[in-house]
Design a protein around this ligand. Structure first.
Ligand code: C2O
Ligand code: CU
Length: 717
C-alpha cells in the first residue's frame, strides 16, 4: 500500500474534509435559525451531512486498517495519526453531537406545534431552544472533526513519509488548540444567547464579519505561502561536501561528521585527481560537439533540439572492451552548459561528467576531455549531466556500446535502439522514436542470423517494449549479461528510465517487430514507432498504439535465468545499511510550488550524503511510498538485487545501475564500495530529480571542490 495522494487516499481525505467543514459551519449557524421550523430543517440537514462525513471517514479508516500492517513502521506512524484524527472526533460527534441534534429537532418540533409554524423565535421558550442549539457539546465535536480533517488533509498532501517528528507533534497540537478556541467561542456565544435581551446580529454586521474573516484568512495564507516559497529557495551555492551525512550504522571518521580527511590522518583526495589514465595513446578517440539545432525527424516533425554533432540522437559510440577511450566534448553554443556523463559505466570519478560534483559545466566555446578504460562490456549510454532534465529531453544523449572481448556469436546483428519521446515544435503530439526514426523503419536480416537488440530507455518515465514475431531472451540488464536466460514469449518488457535490456533471438523466416510505448497515462497520446526486421526488408507489419494497449504479462528479472556465484549476497556481513524511503508531497521547491519527490522526507540539498569507506559492503533498501515509479540510479557502481517485497532474488544474478522501484515496492540491494569518489545517487525520472530527488554517495577521505547552485553555473539536475 502506498500513500496515493492522487487516488483513493487523497480523494477520501479531500471529501471527508469538505463534508466536515460544511457540517462544522452549519453547526455553528444552527442557533441562528429564525423559527423552530427552520431550526428543525437545519438540524435534519446537519444530521444528513454528519452521516455522510462519518461514512466517508469509516471507509477511509477501513481502507487503512485493511492494509495493516504495511511492513513500513514510518508509514504506520503517520497512518496511526490519520486514524486518530479521523476516528476520535467522529466518536465525539456520535456520542455528544448527534443525540443533542436529535433533541434539538424534537424541541423544535414541539415548539412548532406550540407556537404555530410562524413562531418568531422570541420569548423564554425560544431562548431555551437557542441554548440547546448552541450547546458547545453539539457544535464543538462537529467543528473539531472539521479541524481534524484539515489535519488529515495536510498530512496526506503536504507531508512525505517519514513525516518529520516535529510535524507528527505539531499537527495534532494545532488541531487540539484550534478545537479549544472554537469550544471557547461557542461557550461565549451560548452564554450571550441565553440572555433574554439577545438580538440576532443584523445582516450587515454578519456580512462585515464574514468579509473581515475572509480577508484575515487570505492575508495569513498569502503571508504563509510566500514565506514558505521564500524559505524553499535553494542557496546560491551548495558545496558538495556540505550538509548532512548518513553513515549507515558504519564507522564515523575520527574527526567527526565533516572530517573528510578520513581515518588514520590520511591526506584527503580530491575528486579531480581520481582520473582515468592521463598518459598513453587512446585506442578510440571521439569528438562530440554540442550545439543547438532544429532537427527534422523522419516523420517531418521538427524538434528544437540540443544535439551532439547536429543529429538526434547523438552519435552511437562503439568501443571494444579494454579500450582506452578519449572523448573531447566541445560546447559550441549551449549557454546552459554541457557535460557528458557515461551512464552505467563504472569509471574513475573525475570522468563521471556531473556538473558541480566532478567538474564544472562546460560553457560555450569551452571543451573538456574525458579519458577512461572501457573495462566492462555492455550496453551503456551517455548524456549531459547539466540541466539534465532539459538537456536530455532535447537530445544531448547517445548510445555507448562496449563490445565484449569474447566476440558475440559469429554474424550477430548487433543493433542499439534508444527509445525517446521527442517534444515536437508547435502543437504536435510528442513522438516516440526508436533510434533516429520516429516513423516505422525496416532492416533486412537474413533468417538464421543471431540478433542482439540493445534497448535503451532515454526518457524520464518507464517504457514498455514489445517484440512480436519471435521468442527471445533477455541476455543482459544494464550492461551485465544474465546467466542462462530462458526463452520468453508473450512478455512485455518494462524498462526503467535510463535502464537497458539486451534482447537476443535467432532471426526466423518471418518478420520480427519491435515497438515501444510510454506508460498509458504518461505518453500524452504520443505515437509509437516500430522497427521491423525481415528477410526481404519489405514485409512485416508495424505494431501500433492500439496493439500495445492490450497488455501482456511483464517480464520479471527476479526469478529469471539461473543462479551463479556472486562476490557477496543476502547472507554477507554488511558494513553499512541505508534505508531510503521514497515519498511525495506538495510544497515549494526552490521558490515554486511543485509535486516534490522526497528521499527520507527530504529534498536535495537536505538529503543526506551516504558515507562509506573504500572496501565497505553496503546494503541499501529502497521503499517506495509514493504513487510514482522511481528509477534509482547510482553512479559508478553496480547494485546486486537481493530481494523485492521480501521475496529473495532467485534467478540469474541481477546487477543493475538503474532500478525501477514501482509504487509500493521495497527492494533490497547491495554493492561493494570499490570506486572512491563523490557519486550521484538519484532518481532518473529527471523531473523528480529536478524537484529534489537527488543525493550523493561519498567516500571517506574524498572531497569535491565543486558546488552547485545559481552562483556556480552548475545545475546537475
Ligand atoms: Cu543518467 Cu545521474 O544519470
Ligand atoms: Cu522518481
Amino acid at each position: 500500500m502506498t500513500e496515493d495522494m492522487f487516488g483513493i487516499a487523497g480523494l477520501t481525505a479531500f471529501f471527508a474534509g469538505v463534508l466536515w467543514w460544511l457540517a462544522g459551519y452549519r453547526s455553528g449557524r444552527l442557533a441562528y435559525a429564525r423559527s423552530p421550523r427552520q431550526l428543525r430543517g437545519r438540524a435534519m440537514r446537519l444530521l444528513g451531512l454528519i452521516g455522510a462525513a462519518a461514512l466517508l471517514v469509516d471507509i477511509k479508516a477501513a481502507l487503512i486498517v485493511a492494509d495493516w500492517p504495511t511492513g513500513w513502521p514510518a508509514f504506520e506512524g503517520k497512518l496511526a495519526l490519520d486514524l486518530a484524527l479521523l476516528l476520535a472526533p467522529e466518536a465525539a460527534v456520535l456520542a455528544y453531537a448527534a443525540p443533542r441534534l436529535l433533541r434539538v429537532r424534537a424541541l423544535a418540533k414541539a415548539a412548532e406545534i406550540g407556537s404555530g409554524a410562524s413562531g418568531n423565535g422570541s420569548g423564554s421558550g425560544a431562548a431555551e431552544l437557542r441554548a440547546a442549539a448552541a450547546d458547545p457539546l453539539l457544535v464543538l465535536p462537529v467543528q473539531a472533526a472539521a479541524v481534524a480533517a484539515g489535519g488529515v488533509f495536510y498530512l496526506t498532501f503536504f507531508t512525505a513519509i517519514p513525516v518529520a517528528r516535529t510535524e507528527m507533534f505539531a499537527v495534532p497540537a494545532a488541531v487540539v488548540a484550534a478545537a479549544a478556541l472554537l469550544g471557547l467561542r461557542q461557550r461565549l456565544r451560548q452564554q450571550a444567547m441565553l440572555a433574554a435581551a439577545w438580538r440576532r446580529p443584523s445582516g450587515g454586521r454578519r456580512a462585515l464579519r464574514a468579509v473581515a474573516g475572509v480577508i484575515a484568512v487570505a492575508a495569513a495564507l498569502t503571508a504563509g505561502l510566500s514565506a514558505a516559497a521564500q524559505s524553499s529557495r535553494l542557496p546560491d551555492r551548495v558545496g558538495m561536501m556540505s550538509g548532512a551525512m548518513d553513515y549507515g550504522g558504519g564507522a564515523v571518521p575520527a574527526g567527526g561528521a565533516h572530517d573528510h580527511a578520513g581515518h588514520a590522518g590520511a591526506q584527503p583526495v580530491s575528486v579531480v585527481d581520481l582520473t582515468g589514465p592521463q598518459e598513453g595513446a587512446a585506442d578510440r578517440q571521439f569528438t562530440l560537439t554540442a550545439t543547438k539545432a532544429a532537427v527534422r525527424l523522419a516523420s517531418g516533425a521538427v524538434v528544437e533540439a540540443w544535439t551532439f554533432d547536429g543529429g538526434l540522437p547523438g552519435p552511437e559510440l562503439r568501443v571494444k572492451q579494454g579500450d582506452l577511450v578519449e572523448v573531447k566534448l566541445v560546447n559550441r553554443d549551449i549557454e546552459e552548459g554541457v557535460t557528458i556523463h557515461w551512464h552505467g559505466v563504472d569509471l574513475p570519478n573525475a570522468e563521471d561528467g556531473v556538473a558541480g560534483v566532478t567538474q564544472n559545466a562546460v560553457q560555450p566555446g569551452q571543451s573538456y576531455t574525458y579519458r577512461f578504460v572501457a573495462e566492462d562490456a555492455g550496453t551503456y549510454w551517455y548524456h549531459s549531466h547539466q540541466e539534465t532534465l532539459e538537456a536530455e529531453g532535447k537530445g544531448l544523449f547517445g548510445a555507448l556500446i562496449v563490445e565484449p572481448r569474447e566476440p558475440l556469436p559469429t554474424g550477430t546483428r548487433d543493433i542499439a535502439v534508444t527509445a525517446h519521446t521527442w517534444p515536437v515544435a508547435g502543437d504536435g503530439l510528442p513522438r516516440i522514436a526508436l533510434g533516429a526514426s520516429d516513423t516505422d523503419s525496416r532492416q533486412t536480416v537474413a533468417p538464421g542470423t543471431p540478433v542482439r537488440l540493445r534497448l535503451i530507455n532515454t526518457d524520464s518515465n518507464e517504457k514498455m517494449f514489445r517484440l512480436v514475431g519471435t521468442p527471445f531472451r533477455v541476455a543482459a540488464i544494464d550492461g551485465t549479461d544474465l546467466n542462462e536466460p530462458g526463452e520468453l514469449t508473450g512478455r512485455d518488457l518494462l524498462l526503467a528510465a535510463g535502464g537497458r535490456y539486451d534482447v537476443t533471438f535467432v532471426m526466423p523466416e518471418t518478420p520480427v517487430t519491435l515497438a515501444a510505448q510510454s506508460d498509458d497515462n504518461q505518453d500524452g497520446g504520443s505515437r509509437t514507432a516500430s522497427l521491423i526486421l525481415s528477410a526481404d526488408g519489405k514485409s512485416g507489419a508495424p505494431v501500433g498504439n492500439a496493439d500495445l494497449r492490450k497488455k501482456q504479462p511483464l517480464f520479471d528479472p527476479l526469478a529469471y535465468g539461473q543462479p551463479a556465484k556472486t562476490p557477496f549476497g543476502a547472507g554477507s556481513a554488511f558494513d553499512r545499511e541505508f534505508t531510503l524511503a521514497l515519498g511525495q508531497k506538495l510544497g515549494f521547491y526552490d521558490g515554486s510550488f511543485a509535486y516534490a519527490l522526497t528521499i527520507n522526507g527530504k529534498l536535495f540539498p537536505n538529503t543526506p550524503m551516504l558515507m562509506v569507506r573504500e572496501g565497505d559492503l553496503v546494503k541499501t533498501t529502497f521503499v517506495n511510498h509514493s504513487s510514482s515509479h522511481h528509477p534509482m540510479h547510482l553512479h559508478g557502481h553496480h547494485m546486486l538485487v537481493l530481494s523485492r517485497n521480501g521475496v529473495a532474488a532467485s534467478g540469474s544474478p541481477w546487477w543493475t545501475d538503474t532500478l525501477d522501484v514501482a509504487p509500493g515496492d521495497t527492494y533490497v540491494v547491495a554493492f561493494l564500495a570499490d570506486n572512491p569518489g563523490v557519486w550521484m545517487d538519484h532518481c532518473h525520472n529527471l523531473y523528480h530529480a529536478s524537484v529534489g530527488m537527488m543525493m550523493h554517495l561519498g567516500y571517506e577521505g574524498v572531497t569535491s571542490p565543486f558546488s552547485v547552485g545559481r552562483a556556480t553555473g552548475n545545475h546537475p539536475e
